[in-house]
Design a protein around this ligand. Structure first.
Ligand code: HEC
Length: 162
């Protein structure tokens, strides 16, 4: 009962997030954030929620579990990640700040990693039983390390770690 209820809630949240994303796609297209996000984060001035150790662990976790679909530097593996595939699902988006992973607060990012997108006809596998929480958060820290300070601050304003 609990499980199916939270699954339903999660599915609803994720669907909402996807809708929000497609509505906002044109806004972020025209913003300068796209090009800024293409530069990998070097020295960030804004302090982040994660430590260097978490980022380093995340690099390993991401390489082994996520890079095959999202790219080694979270840059994506498909040029047109906005176009639906023949089966109606979406290709894996970049997570480096150039797509819209930063529209989702940490809690939602963690839910995506936990449950994937399979229940919505998506292709993202669930990692709930594959990685422990420290590893999941580290993987998130790793792709966030490519976000510019500007993107990171917008993410914090839109919920971030709160
Ligand atoms: C088999 C390919 C695949 C693997 C492996 C994979 N993903 Fe995904 N990911 C996807 C796809 C496809 C989507 C789009 C939603 C869907 O179809 O499920 C997605 C969506 C996401 C999103 C939401 C992005 C957004 O803009 O809303 C996040 C965050 C994410 N993945 C993180 C990860 C992390 C972290 C890992 C490794 C622990 C990982 N993914 C492994 C395919 C994958």
């Amino acid at each position: 009962m609990m499980i199916s209820l939270s699954r339903i809630l999660f599915t609803g949240l994720f669907a909402l997030a996807l809708i929000a994303c497609s509505e906002q796609a044109s806004v972020s297209d025209s913003s300068a954030s796209m090009t800024q996000a293409a530069n990998s984060a070097s020295a960030s001035v804004v302090s982040r929620w994660y430590s260097d150790e978490q980022q380093a662990l995340g690099s390993e976790v991401f390489t082994q579990n996520c890079a095959v679909c999202h790219g080694a530097q979270a840059q994506g593996t498909v040029e047109d990640w906005r176009a639906r595939l023949d089966d109606g699902s979406f290709p894996p988006p970049p997570l480096n700040g150039s797509a819209h992973a930063w529209h989702h607060p940490q809690e939602i990012l963690l839910q995506v990693v936990n449950y994937g997108g399979e229940s919505l006809g998506g292709k993202m596998p669930a990692f709930i039983d594959v990685l422990d929480d420290a590893e999941k958060l580290a993987a998130i820290a790793y792709f966030q390390s490519f976000w510019t300070d500007d993107i990171y601050q917008q993410w914090m304003q839109m919920g971030g770690t709160n």
